[in-house]
Design a protein around this ligand. Structure first.
Ligand code: UDP
Ligand code: MG
Length: 318
């Protein structure tokens, strides 16, 4: 199998047939062995029935049907897990990601890259609020994470089998696939495109789903919010110390002070600072705990000339 196309589906009855037609128009001339892998993420409309109809007529249409709505990132993960292609395209079902871009994505991949993502040059038909929050989020995320997650990029991209296999080694619960793919490394590049309007239906991404995605992205790839607690703790403690010096000076040198005020100020600031530092310390432990709980591999090897299959197998020891 040369190519798998993974398509998460949540209430996309208006788009499925159009998407299928356009995908075939694009991929058929490429003369590849391919599959179209639809992941039905608990749709409440006729999406599943439409996919099943397609599957009857075209054996390259495969589908996974979830028992309920698990969310976009999980749907994509399931598609990747069951995909068979040497290269895998992740694409939205609503035709906002133009299928025609699969051709340049595929070509670029074969120029020696493992990941080619599609970068949005512009976005059409999306509310100013959505564009603004998306722009802000991508930039904040780029600032505070220690890996470089490309800005203005969704999950529309092509990845090689190597990257799919690496993703399978990352069984974390809160998925942020574009972050994981950045974390994995390898040679990555992009092609630019203009993001179209949603063809039909409505967005399945409610604000609460977007906020959850944002929090998953931040907490999985950054300790910045925790560090903020520690740093503000030290700053507040510093202020407390300065006020302490000042009150001692006022009390014993100039003698200009309101009774009770110096001790009150100092103790409030001091306690606040101590608490924030304590929260920060606990946070440091929690961040290490959560890193272990995520069970990410420590490293991903790109190439080696060691061919041993099981370097430390019990067989050898015996
Ligand atoms: N989607 C999904 N599960 C969800 C929400 C969305 O599988 O809970 C799918 C949806 O069918 C589409 C893709 O994820 O193929 C992107 O969703 P959408 O277009 O609604 O997001 P937007 O483009 O508005 O950010
Ligand atoms: Mg969309």
């Amino acid at each position: 199998m040369d190519l798998s196309v993974v398509i998460p589906i949540y209430n996309e009855e208006d788009n499925i047939v159009a998407l299928y037609t356009r995908l075939r128009e694009v991929i058929d001339p490429m003369a590849l062995r391919y599959e179209l892998l639809f992941v039905n993420d608990g749709s409440l409309d006729r999406s599943l029935a439409l996919i099943q109809e397609l599957a009857v007529r075209d054996e390259r249409v495969r589908y996974i049907d979830f028992s309920r709505n698990f969310g976009h990132q999980i749907a994509v993960t399931a598609g990747l897990d069951l995909s068979a292609g040497d290269a895998v395209v992740i694409i939205d079902a609503d035709l906002q990601d133009p299928p025609e871009l699969i051709v340049p994505l595929y070509q670029k991949l074969h120029q020696g890259y493992e990941v080619v993502y599609a970068k949005r040059r512009s976005r059409q038909g999306e509310s100013a609020a959505k564009k603004f929050t998306a722009k802000l989020f991508y930039r904040i995320l780029a600032k505070i994470t220690n890996i470089s997650i490309p800005v203005d990029t969704g999950d529309f991209r092509i990845i090689s089998r190597k990257v799919v296999d690496a993703l399978k080694l990352m069984p974390e619960q809160s998925k942020f696939i574009r972050g994981q793919i950045s974390w994995i490394g390898y040679r990555q590049t992009y092609v630019e495109y203009d993001r179209a309007e949603r063809a039909g239906g409505e967005t399945g991404y409610t604000y609460s789903k977007m906020i959850r995605l944002a929090l998953d992205g931040i907490t999985a790839f950054s300790d910045a919010p925790l560090k903020a607690a520690t740093i503000s703790g030290f700053i507040v403690s510093g202020v407390a110390f300065a006020v302490l010096i000042y009150t001692l000076y006022a009390r014993f040198v100039t003698g200009e002070y309101e009774p009770g005020w110096p001790s009150l100020m100092t103790s409030i600031l001091f306690l606040g600072g101590v608490q924030l530092i304590a929260v920060g310390i606990i946070g440091e432990y929690i961040s290490r705990l959560s890193a272990n709980v995520r069970q990410r591999p420590l490293y991903i090897i790109s190439d080696t000339n060691i061919t041993r299959k099981e370097p430390h197998s019990t067989q050898e020891l015996r």
